[in-house]
Design a protein around this ligand. Structure first.
Ligand code: THU
Length: 147
């Protein structure tokens, strides 16, 4: 799958977000090592802090569909979801909490995960690796000395 195809999945998923409070629609598409794709979107709550990010929703879907150990690539897109297509010029990178969750998967799977960070309109795409987005992160590899 091309980068633009994976970003297109993320943009389409964003339109299904439940984001009445921020009105910022985020979609995430995760591709497995075998080319399977699952998606997620952000889901907010009137108790604001209970909102769930698109990446977490998609990671949950990935675990159910093919297992977190098979996560290969992730695309995230966010913007204005009020029209027929997701819009906006600014690329969206995962929040700190989502970086931590992606790091968990990367360390568990023993694979550095690529993340395509796209604008709402899909025209601006920054490509990063989780190791760069959360340098010196704390993950499963750091708790190997627990009894
Ligand atoms: N959001 C995500 O879904 N993923 C991110 O990585 C950044 C933020 C959501 C959370 C909230 O519903 C909205 O975007 C505005 O912060």
């Amino acid at each position: 799958m091309t980068d633009q195809q994976l970003v297109a999945h993320a943009r389409a998923a964003a339109l299904k977000a439940y984001a009445p409070y921020s009105r910022f629609f985020v979609g995430c598409a995760i591709e497995s090592v075998d080319g399977e794709v699952v998606t997620g979107a952000n889901m907010e709550n009137a108790s604001y802090r209970l909102g769930v990010c698109a990446e977490l929703a998609a990671l949950t879907a990935a675990q159910l569909a093919f297992g977190l150990d098979k996560v290969a690539r992730i695309a995230v897109a966010g913007g204005d979801g009020s029209g027929p297509e997701l819009a906006g010029n600014a690329s969206v990178t995962p929040c700190g909490g989502c970086r931590q969750s992606i790091l968990e998967v990367a360390q568990m799977a023993g694979r550095d995960i690529e993340i395509l960070c796209a604008s709402g309109d899909g025209k601006a795409v920054e490509t990063h690796r989780i190791a760069d987005l959360i340098p010196h992160g704390f993950g499963p590899a750091n708790i190997v000395d627990a009894s």
